[in-house]
Design a protein around this ligand. Sequence first.
Ligand SMILES: [Zn+2]
Length: 230
Amino acid sequence: MSAELEQQLRRLRESVARLHGELTRYRLVAWTAGNVSARVPGHDLMVIKPSGVDYDDLAPENMVVCDLDGVVVEGDLSPSSDTAAHAYVYRALPEVGGVVHTHSTYATAWAARGEPIPCHLTAQADEFGGEIPVGPFALIGGDDIGKGIVETLAGHRSPAVLMRNHGVFTIGRDARAAVKAAVMCEDIARTAHLARALGAPLPMAAADVDALHDRYQNVYGQRPPSPASP
Ligand SMILES: [Zn+2]
């Protein structure tokens, strides 16, 4: 293994372990459910949570390195039982650098009904560019979940999909972006649930959703300093 790859793996083990702390901080997971993975850029590898380990015990050393067929290449523990779904997403979508899965309560309540979350909020337009879609029911283990994620997201700007009767999968350019999408998905699902419970949420014009999404994706936030600046 090259020194460069070793260094990359050290950094990703550390960040993937740390990002699992965000899942508990935002109360997106119960017991050992939920998982984060990161692609190893430039290599057909990913770093993922071990299966069935308490969140308090997750550490850089016990993260598992797998190839993109889900075969373990480094680590003593078995990888997450959702590894096949993560691996499928990385094989199908080269631009994706991180994948997250949770059964976060409100989003999963929409998944239980098989109902996409319609876009009634500016924050949803910003982050998801429209509705948060529902993917098919699929059993764990093979390629069915990954296939359902990829096929559903292909028709949407959303980085989150609600897999029917199951829970949330999110993607991002890196693992942190996928975790952010999982946090925002649950926040929006909760607000949408409350709005629906209290009455009929008001529609947003498609052009406004487009404008908000474009601004948020391209203008919002801190710009990296340009090479010309002192
Ligand atoms: Zn699950």
